[in-house]
Design a protein around this ligand. Sequence first.
Ligand SMILES: Cc1cc2nc3c(=O)[nH]c(=O)nc-3n(C[C@H](O)[C@H](O)[C@H](O)COP(=O)(O)OP(=O)(O)OC[C@H]3O[C@@H](n4cnc5c(N)ncnc54)[C@H](O)[C@@H]3O)c2cc1C
Length: 202
Amino acid sequence: MAQEAKQIVKERIARHGIECDWADGLIHAVHKKKWLEEEQRDAERLARDYDYDAITLLDRDKLAAAIGTDVYFGGYRDGEASHLHPLNFVLGMAKAAETAGVRIFEASRVTNIGKGQPVTVKTEAGEVRAQHVVLAANGYLNGLAPHTEARVLPINNYILATEPLGERDPIPGNEAVADSRWVVHYWRMSPNRRLIFGGGET
Ligand SMILES: Cc1cc2nc3c(=O)[nH]c(=O)nc-3n(C[C@H](O)[C@H](O)[C@H](O)COP(=O)(O)OP(=O)(O)OC[C@H]3O[C@@H](n4cnc5c(N)ncnc54)[C@H](O)[C@@H]3O)c2cc1C
C-alpha cells in the first residue's frame, strides 16, 4: 500500500504537470544507540520480506555528513521515499480537479450534515443535497459528526523555517530527514534554501 501510495502521487504530479518540488530521498536518524540494531533489522526485513532494496544503512560519520549534525548514532537512507511542497501539490490537484469538471467552493463552512439519502448538507448561506458525503475536516469537526469526533484526537505539531541559509548546505543530497523520537523531529531544505524544521506536539 505504501509503495502504491507513492506511485499514485508521482503519477498525478506527472500527469497534471504539478510543480511541487518533488525530491527523492528520506533519511531516518536514530537518537538512541541501543536502537541501531533494530534499525539494521528493519532494513534487512524490508529487503528480505518485501523485496525493498532502496534502503542504505548509514554509520554515524556518513549520517553526519548527510544531515549536517553529529548528534545521531546512525540510520538509513530510503531512496524511494520522497518529499514535496504540500500546498503547491494541493493547488495543482485542485486545478486538475476543476479542469475535470469539479466545482470547489471555498469559505463555505458546513454547519450541519443531515441523515437519509440524499443527504442535505447545510452551510451558513445555503445547502447542498448529495448522494455521498466525504467527511474530510480533519480532527476539527466542531460537533459536525459526534460519533467520529469522539474517536479522533486533534494533535498540534509545529514547523519553523529559518532565513535562507545562502551557500550553507546541511543536506547535500536534499533528502528529508526524520528521527527516531516518539514525537518526531523532521527537517529538510526548501528550494529557496531555508531549513524547515518540525517537531513538538500538544
Ligand atoms: C505541522 C504538521 C506536520 C505534519 N506532518 C505530517 C507528516 O509528515 N506526515 C503525515 O502523514 N502527516 C503529517 N501531518 C498530519 C497531516 O497533515 C494531517 O493528518 C492531514 O493533512 C489531514 O488531512 P485531512 O484531509 O483529514 O485534513 P486537512 O488537510 O486538515 O483538511 C481539512 C479541511 O477541512 C476544512 N474544514 C474543516 N471544518 C470544516 C467545515 N465545518 N466545513 C467545511 N470545511 C471544513 C478545513 O478548512 C480544511 O481545508 C502533519 C500535520 C501538521 C500540522
